[in-house]
Design a protein around this ligand. Structure first.
Ligand SMILES: C[S@@+](CC[C@H](N)C(=O)[O-])C[C@H]1O[C@@H](n2cnc3c(N)ncnc32)[C@H](O)[C@@H]1O
Length: 384
C-alpha cells in the first residue's frame, strides 16, 4: 500500500500502476482492475479480487467498499500493520534510514465527529473520489451515540423539524461520548433529546485523562479525542519537553498547550479561527495556564529569530503543511527545539527536508489517529 492508501503494481513494461483499493490491498494479492495508462504510469480501480490474502475478513460495515470513509475494514486486525508498512515506506523513500516509532490505535478508538451530506432524500457519505451519495443508517467507525443519531437526523429533516434543504451536516459528541450535536452549514446547532432536536449553542466538552477542553460545535477538534490525548501525551512526555515559552502555532482550542501544561512557564497560541481562539483563552484560563492567545495567520506571524534557547516551537498546520517562506524564517529561530505535527505524511516529509539545514531530526513517530482509514498522523522532534 503506497502513501495515500493506493495499491502499487507494475505493468509488464515496468510502468508503475497505482490502484485505488477501496478495501485495502495486501502485498501479493491478485486483482482485476479497470486501468487507464498514461505516458509514464497507470491509474486503476479494483473491480474484483481474484486471489485474496488469507488475512482478509468480512467487513463489519455494509457500505465499506463504497462510502469513502474507511478502506481497512477487510484488513481486520492486520489493518494497523498495513499502515505501519505504508508509513515505513514513505519515511524510507523521503527521509532515508531513520528510526521511528509506530503507535497503533486501541480497538475502542472511534470518531467523535463525522461529516454527512443530505441531498433532500438520503443522508450519507460521499462515495470515494465522487460527490455521489452513499446512504448510511449507521456508522460503526463513529462513536455509538453518533451512529445511533443518524436515523434521528434523517427523520427530522424528512419531517421538517430540521432545515430540509440539501447541505452538509456535522455530527459531534464530547468525551466520553454522550450528548450529540448536529451543526448545519450556517453553523446553527441542535442537541439530540429523547423527543427530538433542540437548538443549543453550548460548547462540546472533552474530559480527557489529564485535561478538560471545550470548543464550539462544528469547530475543529481531534477526531478521536481520548486516543489522541493518550498518544500525543505519551509521546511528548517521553520526549521530556519542558522550558520557558511554548509557541503553540496552529493551536486550535489549545489541545497541545493543555497537554504540555505546566511543563512550560508561558505559552503563546496562534490560530486563525476567531472562535477557536476564544475557546483557547477560556480553556487555558480554566486550567490556570498563563497564555497569550492570538487570532492570526501563523505563517505571517512567525518572525525571524523566533524564541529563545529554552523555548519550544510546536507547529500543527492543516494538511497542506508549512509554506516555504515559513520554513525559511524558522531557520533563524532562537528556540532550540521544534515539534512538527502533520496529518499528510508527504507534506510533512517535504517540510522536514525544508527545515533540515538548521533543524536536525531527533525523533520521529507515526500515530494511528484515524483507525480503519489510510490516514496517519506524523510527529517529529527537531533540535537546532
Ligand atoms: C490540524 S488543526 C490543529 C489544531 C490544534 N493544534 C489541535 O490539535 O486541536 C490546524 C488548525 O490550524 C488552523 N489554521 C489553519 N490555517 C491557519 C493559519 N494560516 N494560521 C493559523 N492557524 C491556521 C485551523 O483553524 C486549525 O485549528
Amino acid at each position: 500500500m503506497a502513501w495515500g492508501g493506493l495499491g502499487v503494481a507494475h505493468g509488464s513494461d515496468g510502468r508503475l500502476l497505482l490502484l485505488e483499493a477501496p478495501l485495502a490491498l495486501f502485498p501479493g494479492e491478485t486483482v482485476e482492475a479497470e486501468v487507464r495508462w498514461k505516458a509514464r504510469h497507470g491509474e486503476g480501480r479494483i473491480t474484483r479480487w481474484l486471489k485474496a490474502d488469507a488475512r482478509r475478513v468480512p467487513a463489519a460495515c455494509p457500505v465499506a467498499s463504497t462510502c469513502g470513509g474507511c478502506e481497512l475494514w477487510e484488513a481486520g486486525d492486520h489493518g494497523p500493520d498495513l499502515k505501519r508498512q505504508m508509513a515505513a515506506d514513505l519515511f524510507h523513500r523521503q527521509l532515508g534510514a531513520v528510526d521511528w516509532t509506530w503507535h497503533p490505535a486501541p480497538p475502542e478508538a472511534r470518531r467523535h465527529r463525522i461529516q454527512l451530506h443530505w441531498d433532500g432524500a438520503a443522508l450519507g457519505y460521499h462515495r470515494r473520489n465522487s460527490h455521489a451519495l452513499v446512504a448510511v443508517s449507521a456508522c460503526p467507525a463513529a462513536a455509538e451515540p453518533l451512529s445511533a443519531a443518524l436515523p434521528r437526523l434523517k427523520d427530522a429533516m424528512e419531517g421538517r423539524a430540521l432545515p430540509a434543504r440539501p447541505q452538509r451536516w456535522e455530527l459531534a459528541t464530547g468525551t466520553p461520548a454522550g450528548e450529540v450535536r448536529a451543526t448545519d452549514e450556517k453553523g446553527r446547532t441542535w442537541r439530540l433529546e429523547p423527543d427530538g432536536w433542540t437548538r443549543d449553542e453550548a460548547p462540546v466538552t472533552h474530559r480527557l485523562p489529564t485535561t478538560t477542553l471545550q470548543h464550539g460545535p462544528g469547530a475543529f477538534f481531534q477526531v478521536s479525542p481520548a486516543w489522541a490525548a493518550q498518544a500525543f501525551g505519551g509521546l511528548l512526555e517521553g520526549w521530556d519537553l519542558r522550558g520557558a515559552t511554548l509557541y503553540d502555532l496552529y493551536g486550535g482550542v489549545g489541545f497541545f498547550s493543555a497537554l504540555l501544561g505546566r511543563r512550560f512557564q508561558h505559552r503563546i497560541l496562534v490560530e486563525s479561527g476567531e472562535d477557536a481562539v476564544t475557546w483557547a483563552r477560556r480553556n487555558l484560563e480554566a486550567l490556570g495556564l498563563a497564555a497569550d492567545c492570538q487570532v492570526a495567520d501563523a505563517d505571517a506571524w512567525v518572525p525571524e529569530g523566533l524564541g529563545a534557547a529554552e523555548d519550544l516551537i510546536l507547529l500543527d498546520p492543516p494538511r497542506a503543511g508549512l509554506t516555504p517562506g515559513l520554513c525559511e524564517r524558522l531557520q533563524t529561530a532562537g528556540a532550540r527545539t521544534l515539534v512538527l505535527v502533520g496529518c499528510d505524511g508527504a507534506a510533512f516529509c517535504r517540510d522536514l527536508k525544508r527545515l533540515a539545514p538548521a533543524w536536525r531530526l531527533e525523533a520521529l513517530a507515526a500515530l494511528d489517529l484515524f483507525p480503519l482509514t489510510h490516514h496517519v498522523e506524523c510527529v517529529a522532534l527537531l533540535r537546532r
